[in-house]
Design a protein around this ligand. Structure first.
Ligand code: AMP
Length: 459
C-alpha cells in the first residue's frame, strides 16, 4: 500500500500505460471518493488518470502533459482529495491546505464545480477566488480556513497583500494549464507565489503543451519531478469527424449562415481568431435572427457566466468565441465545432476540436480555409498526420483556394524575413571589434562597408 493509501506503489518512472480493465478501485481506496466517482458516472479511469493517480500518490512532484478533455481534472483532484483526507488536520485561520491555480476564471469555476462533485461525500471545504467578484465573502470564508483553494493568480496575490491569506499550510500546490499561464503573462506571479509555500509541499504542474519556457518555470519550482503525459496530440481527436471547406475569405460569412441553416446541431461552438472578428461575425449572424451569442475576454465576468449558462441550457445554442474565452469550457453535447478562422498552432486546433466529443462521445469539427490559411492547414494536417473530409458540395466551394499552393500573407502571418534580419542584426551587434576584423580577414578582401580608420592612410 502506498503512503497515502494507494494500492499502487510507484518507485520508478515506468508506469503501466492505460490498462483496459483497470478500475477506479485499483487506484483509489477511499470509499467516499469512489462513491462520488460513481455518482459522476465514470466507469473506467482515462489513460491520464490511470497514470497520474498512482504517480501523485507517491507524494512526488509531477509534471503532467495533458489537455482539457482527457479527464485531467480528476487525474489530479482525486489523489489530492484522498491525500487531504488521509492527512486530515483542520485548516488554520486564513490558510488553505491545498491550492490550485488556474489561468482563467472560466476554468477556475469549472475546476471548483468538478472538485465539489468529487468531494461531495466528504467534509472538505472548497473556495473559489477570482477577479471581478466581491472580496468580502472570500475574506470571511478564508478566516475559517479552507481545504481546497481554487484561484486565479492576480486575485490570490491581492488577498495575500491584504493579509487575508497565507500559504504556509499548503500541502499540495497545483498549477493547471501552465502554458496558458505563460501566454497570459502569469509567470512572474507564479514565481512570486512559490517561495510562500512550505518546502515540504507536493507540487503538480499540468500543461496542454510543454514549451521550453513552461518547462523551465516548472523545473524552477518542482523538486525532482516525475514526468507523465496523456496520449500524444495526434491521437487527440479519434472520434471527431473533421470536415474541410475551401472558401474565399469574403464568402466565409455566407457559408456560415448557409451551414447553420442546414446543420442538425445540438450546440455549435464557433472559433474566431480575434475579439473584433468575433464581434463582427456575431453582429452579421444576429441580423439573420440566428440564436447566437459571442464570448470573449472583454466581456464582464458575470456576463460571460450568463452567456455560458444560456449556451449550456440550450437557450442560445450557437456561441462564437475566441480561444482564450473558450479555454476550460466543459459543456456536454457540443455537436459541432466550427473553425471560422484556422488557428496558427496545431495545439490550439486540437484544443478547439476537443470541445466536442467530450469523454468518449463523437462530434463534428468543421474548418473553413481561405488562401491566407493554407500554410496553417498544411501544418495542422502534417502534425495530425491525417486528411480531413473535403466538402465540395456547397455553393461557396473554391477550387482556386483548393489548388492554391502559395503563401498569401495575412496580418497574422509572422514576417519571417524581418525576423531573420533582426536576428542577423543582433548577431552582428554582439560581435566584438576583434571578432569583426577576424571575419573580414577571413574573406580576404575588406568588406565593402567595413569600417576604416579615416585617419589611417590608405595603402
Ligand atoms: P477534463 O479533462 O478534466 O476537462 O474532463 C473532461 C470531461 O471528461 C469532463 O466532462 C469529465 O467529467 C469527464 N471525465 C473525466 N474522467 C472521466 C472518466 N473516467 N470517465 C468518463 N468521463 C470522464
Amino acid at each position: 500500500m502506498g503512503p497515502n493509501g494507494f494500492k499502487f506503489q510507484v518507485s520508478s518512472f515506468k508506469f503501466p500505460r492505460y490498462l483496459p480493465r483497470m478500475q477506479f478501485s485499483d487506484l483509489i481506496q477511499n470509499n467516499k471518493i469512489l462513491r462520488a466517482i460513481s455518482d459522476c458516472g465514470f466507469e473506467k479511469p482515462t489513460p491520464i488518470q490511470a497514470e497520474a493517480i498512482p504517480a501523485i500518490g507517491t507524494g512526488r512532484d509531477i509534471i503532467g502533459c495533458a489537455r482539457t478533455g482527457t479527464g485531467k481534472t480528476a487525474a489530479f483532484a482525486l489523489p489530492l482529495i484522498q491525500r487531504l483526507l488521509n492527512t486530515w488536520t483542520a485548516a488554520r485561520e486564513i490558510r488553505a491546505r491545498s491550492l490550485i491555480l488556474s489561468p482563467t476564471r472560466e476554468l477556475a469555476i469549472q475546476l471548483q464545480k468538478n472538485i465539489r462533485q468529487f468531494a461531495a461525500h466528504t467534509e472538505l471545504t472548497t473556495l473559489l477566488v477570482h477577479g471581478g467578484t466581491e472580496y468580502e465573502n472570500q475574506i470571511l470564508t478564508l478566516r475559517e480556513g479552507v481545504d481546497i483553494l481554487i484561484a486565479t493568480p492576480g486575485r490570490m496575490l491581492d488577498l495575500i497583500e491584504r493579509k487575508a491569506l497565507k500559504l504556509d499550510q499548503v500541502e499540495v500546490f497545483v498549477v493547471d494549464e501552465a502554458d496558458r499561464m505563460l501566454d497570459m503573462g502569469f509567470a512572474p506571479d507564479i514565481r512570486k507565489i512559490a517561495p510562500m509555500l512550505p518546502q515540504t509541499r507536493q507540487a503538480l504542474f499540468f500543461s496542454a503543451t510543454m514549451p521550453k519556457d513552461a518547462l523551465s518555470l516548472a523545473t524552477g519550482i518542482l523538486h525532482k519531478p516525475m514526468h507523465i503525459s496523456s496520449d500524444p496530440v495526434s491521437a487527440a481527436a479519434e472520434n471527431i469527424t473533421k470536415q474541410l471547406y475551401y472558401v474565399e475569405k469574403n464568402n466565409k460569412n455566407v457559408l456560415l449562415s448557409w451551414l447553420l441553416q442546414r446543420l442538425e446541431y445540438e450546440r455549435v461552438l464557433i472559433f474566431c481568431r480575434t475579439r473584433r472578428g468575433a464581434d463582427r461575425l456575431a453582429a452579421s449572424m444576429k441580423k439573420q435572427d440566428l440564436p447566437i451569442d459571442v464570448l470573449h475576454g472583454e466581456k464582464e465576468q458575470h456576463h460571460r457566466q450568463e452567456l455560458l449558462e444560456a449556451f449550456t441550457s440550450g437557450e442560445t445554442p450557437i456561441l462564437i468565441a475566441t480561444d482564450l474565452a473558450a479555454r476550460g469550457i466543459d459543456i456536454e453535447n457540443i455537436s459541432h465545432i466550427i473553425n471560422f478562422d484556422l488557428p496558427n498552432e496545431t495545439e490550439t486546433f486540437v484544443h478547439r476540436i476537443g470541445r466536442t466529443a467530450r469523454a468518449g462521445a463523437s462530434g463534428i469539427a468543421i474548418s473553413f480555409c481561405d488562401p491566407t490559411e493554407k500554410g496553417y492547414l498544411r501544418d495542422i494536417l502534417a502534425h495530425l498526420n491525417e486528411d480531413f473530409d473535403l466538402i465540395e458540395d456547397h455553393p461557396f466551394h473554391s477550387e482556386q483556394v483548393r489548388n492554391y499552393s502559395g503563401n498569401v500573407k495575412s496580418k497574422h502571418t509572422p514576417d519571417k524575413q524581418k525576423h531573420i534580419s533582426k536576428i542577423r542584426e543582433q548577431t552582428t551587434w554582439r560581435l566584438t571589434p576583434g571578432q569583426q576584423s577576424k571575419l573580414h580577414a577571413k574573406s580576404g578582401t575588406p568588406k565593402k562597408n567595413a569600417r576604416r580608420n579615416p585617419r589611417k592612410k590608405q595603402g
